[in-house]
Design a protein around this ligand. Structure first.
Ligand SMILES: Cc1ncc(COP(=O)(O)O)c(C=O)c1O
Ligand SMILES: N[C@@H](CCCC[NH3+])C(=O)O
Length: 436
């Protein structure tokens, strides 16, 4: 029996309910594979983050890291919930523009922003450019010069903190491709360049230590480190940071052996660490910005699949294959990420067997779960994989020329299609015949 699904998440028929909608009906209406978001859960998480800042009485921004799931509808929900967003590409920025997201609440991140991307950001008046490297300082300076304008910036530093998470999703260690190194003086040099540039208004400093982090120590460490740097910059260069941005990375529960703090508890600890460190250093309390991605959309997302073939291997767990896989969720193959999956028509049915939940892609590594307890299943049954809302659809591909799934937002019993399922014609829409 699945521990994550409570009685409140069941319909009268005992089916999994998502945002007040019956998951079996959604699967029938929209087809599978289908990504469904419980929109209230997204709103509630943003509100919980905001509340913790308000209770601590600090200036803040909750900036949704939209790489976790970027879609017009998602930017609209973030806007309605007073969030900021961060974008990392022209594509995410374009989607935010089309969603009507207020540009002054957008931060533009990335370790290799192109000239065209910077121009687009400046033309659309994004709130902050998060400067990552020296090349970018020169590029941005030239863009601002050519457009005879100015922009607010923050500096991303590499705090030298190795968070306890998969090494592919660590970003704060000294040997990281992101941000300016502290020890070698790169960050100081970058600050001086920015302060000397009248077209860049320096707003503060940023660090992000990685993703899916459970330990508080890393977050307290980054908070302390950023305040130390702020104090050093005040003492050395007379510059006082107005904003300290600690990034995101708050870990969520995927499987029952995960026991993270609630995301807002991480933030409470960060706020308290910054408060006490700034008072030790005699700094004015800065605004605190956070950039959660996974914790906002991860638990709110579900992937619905239909069971197809099965292969029994003597002495080993059988393969039960669904009609999706690594094309709609690369995380198990890429990071050995684990998820829990339930039978949508009866999520609390007793477990009859442990299976390997396989995808349909031509890769042996396309296994969505190496060990999933399930009741008996048969072709046509709908399975719901839980907590798939972050870095699932956003990392989807057309491998094997499979179309990407549709995405539905469900809230208060109403479902709305927010991303259409790709069609076979969509798949070839960019192809051109080769004249030979
Ligand atoms: C700069 C930055 N901010 C925020 C995030 C969001 O992280 P998460 O989704 O783990 O909260 C990321 C991704 O790890 C990132 O690179
Ligand atoms: N894509 C990663 C997180 C990386 C976040 C980007 N900085 C994941 O699925 O866990």
């Amino acid at each position: 029996m699945n521990q994550q699904i409570t009685a409140q998440q069941l319909t009268d028929a005992g089916h999994l309910m998502i945002g007040g909608c019956d998951s079996i009906e959604l699967a029938h209406e929209y087809g599978t594979p289908l990504v469904v978001y419980d929109v209230s859960q997204i709103r509630n998480q943003i509100r919980s983050f905001r509340k913790v800042f308000e209770e601590n009485n600090v200036d803040y921004a909750v900036s949704y890291a939209s790489k976790a799931f970027a879609a017009i509808a998602m930017y609209q929900v973030a806007a309605a919930e007073q969030a900021h967003v961060d974008v990392v590409s022209a594509g995410e920025l374009y989607t935010a523009i089309k969603a009507g997201f207020p540009m002054e609440r957008v931060s533009f991140h990335g370790n290799n922003k192109s000239k065209e991307e910077l121009e687009m950001a400046i033309d659309h008046h994004v709130g902050i450019i998060m400067i990552d490297n020296f090349h970018e300082i020169d590029l941005l300076s030239a863009v601002l010069e050519s457009k005879n304008t100015t922009v607010d910036v923050m500096l991303r530093i590499t705090p030298g903190i190795s968070a306890h998470t998969n090494k592919y999703i660590q970003t704060g260690q000294v040997d990281s491709k992101f941000g300016f190194d502290l020890q070698s003086g790169q960050a100081d040099e970058a600050l001086q360049k920015i302060l000397a540039n009248p077209r860049m208004k320096m707003r503060g400093l940023h660090a992000h230590i990685g993703s899916q982090i459970f330990e508080l120590a890393g977050f307290k460490g980054v908070a302390k480190k950023l305040v130390e740097v702020a104090a050093h910059w005040r003492d050395q260069f007379g510059y006082e940071a107005e904003v300290i941005n600690v990034g995101g990375g708050f870990g969520i529960r995927y499987v029952s052996s995960d026991h993270p703090l609630r995301p807002e508890e991480f933030v409470d600890a960060i706020i308290k660490a910054i408060k006490s460190e700034t008072s030790v250093k005699g700094l004015a309390m800065p605004a605190i910005w956070i950039e959660p991605g996974r914790s906002i959309v991860g638990p709110a997302g579900y992937n619905l699949y239909t069971v197809g073939s099965r292969k029994d291997v003597p002495g080993l767990k059988p393969y039960v294959t669904v009609n999706g896989g690594m094309g709609d969720n690369i995380r198990p193959a890429l990071y050995q990420a684990a998820y829990e999956t339930v039978l949508a028509s009866n999520p609390q049915a007793p477990i009859k067997e442990h299976v390997r939940l396989a995808g349909k892609y031509c890769e042996s590594g396309d296994i969505l779960s190496q060990d999933q307890g399930l009741p008996d299943t048969k072709p046509g049954d709908v399975l719901a994989m839980l907590d798939t809302g972050a870095y699932g659809y956003s990392m989807a591909s057309n491998y094997n020329r499979n179309p990407r799934p549709a995405v539905v937002f469900a809230e208060n019993g109403q479902a709305q299609l927010v991303i259409e399922r790709e069609s076979l014609d969509d798949l070839i829409s960019l192809d051109r015949s080769y004249a030979q």
